[in-house]
Design a binder for this molecule. Sequence first.
Ligand code: TRP
Length: 381
Amino acid sequence: MAKVDPWNVEGNVNYDDLIKDFGVKKISPELKKKLESISKSKGVELHHLIRRDVFFVHRDLDKLLKDFEKGQKFFLYTGRSPSGKIHLGHMFIWYFTKWLQDLFDVELYFQFPDEEKFLFKKNLSYEEVQKNLEDNMKDVAAIGFNPEKTFFIINTRHADILYPEAVKVAKKITFSNVKSAFGLTDSSNIGSIFYTSMQAVPAFLPSVGKEKKLNCLIPHAVDQDPHFRITRDVIEKVGYPKPASIQCKFLPGLRGFEEDSKMSSSKESSSIYMSDTPNEIKKKINKYAFSGGRETLEEHRKYGGNPDIDVCYNWLLFFEEDDKVLEKVYKDYKTGKLLSGELKNILIEKLTKIVIKHQEDRKKLKDLKKYLRKEKFFKKG
Ligand code: TRP
């Protein structure tokens, strides 16, 4: 049985079990159609990660869209705990978040909880987290979020704004709530017990600043759901509406679903980092990518491969936007026309392009000031 909480994702995750355990809703065909018609009306295609059910569950997204159509705006909220280097398994969520920001033309609050992993990981020092923070912020900024409408929130540096709100949330959450939601115990450190109230704050901070109740949509991976389940349980008692969410599956690690369902920063051989060189990308994929191909060339030609368990195919599902290209890969691999080595090359080319573009965009950044103007959290309007 796989284990999934905000700090551990182990084993082969069964997403249907998660839906039941967490009580989230599948994105229904109707909801997909609604998103598609909104996209079409803005002249863009429905995002491939929704088309392919990578973003597959939600809370109250239907309600948020109905409100939106009635003229009620919302803001986006997501985040990153700076525990290490950024890899592709983080980036796709933020590419999707940018797509949402552009589609709806809304504000985005991006939290960097630079205390979280310090509190939850035994061997991570405060200084190391601060170094990661500087590095990670550049990667996020390189995505090119709308500078007029995007605000970075750093928990320790913006504590003066966050803490007064966090205590209001914390007062409504009991130790027993967090024990059961996160598997904490009597011997957990007291910082980790308080933490979820800090992650709750950006879900209503803009409402505090603008002095009106705004809807919030949080794009995130399913492992973060326990935080926002708690937030939703208490937030109305603090005076703000429950945040909605749209939640995705994990990008599997290079060694495949059985080994790791989620790309993990702590496993070099499982991840492609945004700082990798083309040669590193090529080497790692050729050496580690779990293949759904047959033992021998003859067998592969005769019986075909299994794209469903093949990591290269599954990664193309996340990063190849063109359905026709993806379908052709699927068919050709399954019928044995496309060999594992050739499939690896297709993926290597695709990812190298993405990583190189990212590195160029990152180099072009002057500074992060445009995202760090904290007085803007409280801009009225
Ligand atoms: N806890 C998240 C992590 O481990 C960081 C985070 C903070 C976040 N706020 C969020 C993620 C909102 C998604 C949505 O990286």
